[in-house]
Design a protein around this ligand. Structure first.
Ligand code: FAD
Length: 182
């Protein structure tokens, strides 16, 4: 039977698998995590409005009714096109007849990688949890300040990104601030 490998269980990979649900083929979906992340709600996790479990679903659960599909958690290192196989960091290899590559994207610092330590991106659950931790720790520090002006220094956040992204995080941060602190 024809073997199709899909790399990535995001919107792209899951949609590709679902579109091939009735095809007489064997699909192997590979992802380095075992869950799909609904990225448009990462802001809410980063600002404590939602928890991680609210925006993640097991990939196997999403595709459980799809009998032509197997899901495997592996971290893909390279694609050997001449041999038509996908190789993982663990040294495993998986042959394919057709390959769909949907591993998503990461943010770019345009050659200034040192900025990342101060300004993490927001693409994964790990990124969102890291930002949430920083925001909450800043509130904790503000709580202990003797005067309001000093507290305000801990509650200044710089948000870089396109308009909608920036406004949305801004409004969520404001909600967090008012609902939890005042
Ligand atoms: C904060 C945020 C808000 C957004 N809001 C909106 C919105 O409102 N509307 C909208 O239309 N779009 C929005 N987007 C964009 C949208 O979410 C993305 O375009 C979409 O999720 C991309 O899907 P994808 O399948 O290409 O990649 P991803 O969803 O990133 O999935 C890639 C998958 O590949 C896996 N993977 C990566 N590398 C490997 C590897 N080496 N081995 C194995 N697996 C691997 C990852 O674990 C991941 O599961 C938003 C994005 C973000 C980050």
């Amino acid at each position: 039977m024809v073997k199709v490998i899909i790399i990535g269980g995001g919107f792209g990979g899951i949609n590709a698998a679902q579109a091939l649900k009735k095809a007489p083929i064997e699909i192997l979906l590979l992802d380095r995590t075992n869950h799909h992340v609904f990225q448009p709600l990462l802001y809410q996790v980063a600002t404590s409005a939602l928890s991680v479990g609210n925006i993640c679903s097991p990939i196997r659960e999403i595709l459980k009714d799809q009998i032509n599909t197997t899901v495997m958690m592996v971290n893909v290192e390279k694609i050997e096109t001449a041999q038509r196989r996908v190789v993982t960091y663990d040294g495993e290899s998986f042959p394919y007849d057709y390959l769909i590559v949907a591993p998503g994207a990461r943010h770019s610092y345009f050659g200034h990688e040192k900025w990342e330590a101060y300004a993490p991106g927001l693409k994964t659950v790990t990124d969102a949890v890291r930002i949430r931790e920083r925001v909450l720790l800043a509130f904790e520090k503000a709580e202990r300040c003797e005067d309001y002006a000093q507290a305000l220094l801990h509650m200044q956040f710089v948000i870089m990104g396109p308009g909608y992204f920036r406004d949305f995080i801004d409004s969520l941060l404001t909600q967090t601030l008012f609902s939890h602190l005042f």
